[in-house]
Structures are given as C-alpha cells and as structure tokens.
Write a protein that binds this ligand. Structure first.
Ligand SMILES: [Zn+2]
Ligand SMILES: [Zn+2]
Length: 359
C-alpha cells in the first residue's frame, strides 16, 4: 500500500496552522470535486477522497500529532522486539516508559495505516492517546537532556472505585438517619435512607462518571538533535486499553524556545562571530563556543564583515533523516579589545594601510 503524505496532498508545509490546512482543503476540494471534473471523474474522485482523508487526519490535533510522529520516524523496524518501550523508533520518549508493554508488543501509531489494516486489535479497543507539549531550551535540543511537561489524563475515580456512585450522607436527615415529623414533632427513622443516614448517590468527586481528569507531571527524555515540532511518542503510556485492547500512547510535542545567541535555520545553527580587524585581515583560527563545546572556526585572510563562515557538521542532527546541519557564523568586525588608543607609529601604519598597501 502506498501512503500519500497528507501535507503534500493538501499542498501545505508540515508547520501549517489549522487555518491554513482548512483553507487549503477548501480550495482543493472545490478544484477536485468529481462533479466539477467531467472529463476524468475517476481520477478526480480518487484525488478528492485522498484530500478528504488528509484533511480528516490533519484537522484533528490528536490524529495530527500521531501522524507527525509516524511521519518523522516511520516504523520500518517493526520486527525488533519491544526495545525500550518508550521512544524506540521515535526520537525519545517519556521517562518511565522503559520496559514497554511486552504483552502487546510495539504498536503502530494510530495513523500509520489510515485505512484500517493491521492496526486494529482483534479484541478490545485501544486506550486513548494522551497529548502534551513541552518547551525546551535550544541547548537541550542540541545536547539532549530532560524536560518536564504536564499531561491531562483520565483515571479511575478513587472515591467511588470508578463506579460513579457511592454512599453519601442522606440529605433529608443530614446523615443522622432521624427526622422530626408528625404531630408531636418527634424523631423517627428517615424514610429516604431507612435510618441508615447514608444513601447511594452520584459520586461528587467524579460527578457520577467514575472517571476524573488529573494533571500529571512527567519528565521527558530529550535525545540530542530534537528539532522544533518533533512529536515524541511513548508507546503504551496513554489511556488503559478497553476490554483487553492495547494501551494508548503518550504523544508529546516538543517546542524549542528561541535562543539569545543562536538562531536556527533548518538544521543549521547560526550566530554572530565578532572578530577584530587584525584577524580579519590576516586570517587565522578562532575558538567559537557552541553550547558546552568549543569548536574552531577558520577565518580566511581579508574576511569582510557579513561574510558567513561555515563550520561543517556542527548544526542540528536529524536522527530520522540521518542528516546534520552546519554552524554558520556571520562575521562582524570589531576593534581589538586590548586597543584603547593608538600610538603615533600605529596611526601612521594604519594611514598607510588605508591608502592601500603596496602603492
Ligand atoms: Zn467517583
Ligand atoms: Zn436519611
């Protein structure tokens, strides 16, 4: 089965907003509606169906995240056991997922096979996918590390054992089991609760649903080279499967914050490099700090301000595509920092230089 890229189908970038996706869908759906293409209605219909499917996936935040995860790290390696559970095949995963769910084996993300096929489990329903987002510093994205996030999840209510009802204080008797009534205003057993003082009522902790939504703090392991928008997937860390179905997954979208020094351009890291005019004239090697590492940049002689110097392989690494970007340094020329004033001979030398050497 060939899988079409949903973004390509809609002609939008993978970073497109929900609005852009909706607009692209509307435009293309009009264009490819079978009624509007009488010369080749079959081709139009196929195209139209593909558009509808792509839109159905991308308009739903949860399905889109699952699809993005699958797209970034296709599951070509389905034969390799259970691995570490969390993050095997992906770019990382939530801490605590190690060990995985060997009983179910690795499970493809929901959108891996959009037309059904092998993803449906024979019995039971898969648990829901939990979605969360985390924002990390560029340094963490480059070097790896831990990030924290909160995920909203639905769990069984502890107050009622997930039954949705529990024994609550009886209202008419205020939980005493006795009410005053009759001619003499005498105490008698409460009719509502038969004197027990409690009665089964909708659990007030969960509103009778048996489930409560909780915010759970999670630590997420970030492997080096995570790029903005990456969706990390921890298999089996989502909602509990229903009737023996597999657990859902935990999907965590990673946002990389802007850095004060470094910029990001695709897989390239960019930054300004200040050098003094002597180095710019003569050329040489300068150390450049790249987060916790110092790399050497080669400055050619007679480098001008604004020149971009490329240090290969020192950009971001895209694990899925096995590609690494470069570090791009934009040269800004400054005075030597030691120089406060110029002596008379230095001034003479410079004037000579300004007039053009060798004349
Ligand atoms: Zn409850
Ligand atoms: Zn009562």
């Amino acid at each position: 089965m060939t899988l079409h890229d949903h973004y390509q189908t809609l002609g939008v970038a993978p970073t497109a907003t929900a609005d852009e996706i909706r607009q692209a869908y509307r435009r293309l759906a009009m264009r490819w509606h079978p009624d509007r293409n009488p010369d080749d209605p079959q081709a139009a219909e196929e195209r139209f169906k593909r558009l509808q499917h792509a839109f159905a996936v991308l308009k739903d935040a949860g399905r889109r995240m699952a699809y993005d995860a699958e797209r970034a790290a296709p599951r070509g390696n389905s034969s390799h056991g259970t691995g570490n559970g969390a993050g095997s095949g992906g770019n990382g995963g939530a801490n605590g997922g190690a060990g995985g769910r060997s009983a179910h084996g690795p499970r493809p993300a929901r959108e891996a096979w959009p037309h059904g096929g092998p993803r449906r489990s024979a019995q039971g329903k898969a648990g829901v996918d939990y979605l969360c987002e985390t924002s990390i510093a560029l340094e963490t994205a480059v070097l790896g590390g831990m990030a924290s996030t909160r995920v909203r999840m639905t769990v069984d209510c502890l107050h009622c054992d997930a039954r949705g009802i529990r024994m609550m204080a009886c209202k008419p008797c205020g939980g005493t089991g006795q009410v005053r009534r009759g001619l003499f205003n005498a105490y008698g057993a409460c009719e509502r609760c038969a004197g027990r003082g409690v009665e089964p009522a909708a659990c007030d902790a969960c509103g009778g649903t048996g489930k409560v939504r909780v915010d759970k703090a999670l630590r997420v392991q970030i492997k080096p080279g995570v790029i903005d928008g990456t969706v990390l997937r921890a298999r089996g860390m989502g909602g509990t499967g229903i009737d023996g179905g597999p657990n859902g997954n935990l999907l965590c979208k990673v946002r990389v914050r802007k850095d004060r020094v470094f910029g990001v351009d695709g897989l390239d890291l960019t930054r300004e490099l200040k050098i003094d005019f002597v180095l710019a004239c003569l050329g040489g090697r300068v150390p450049v700090v790249r987060f916790r590492k110092t790399v050497m940049a080669e400055i050619p002689a007679m480098t001008r301000s604004g020149t971009v110097i490329r240090v290969r392989g020192m950009g971001l690494h895209d694990r899925a595509k096995q590609k690494t970007g470069d570090l791009l340094l934009t040269v800004a020329i400054d005075l030597p920092s030691r120089l406060r004033t110029l002596t008379e001979p230095q001034q003479t030398l410079l004037r000579e230089l300004g007039r053009g050497a060798g004349e």
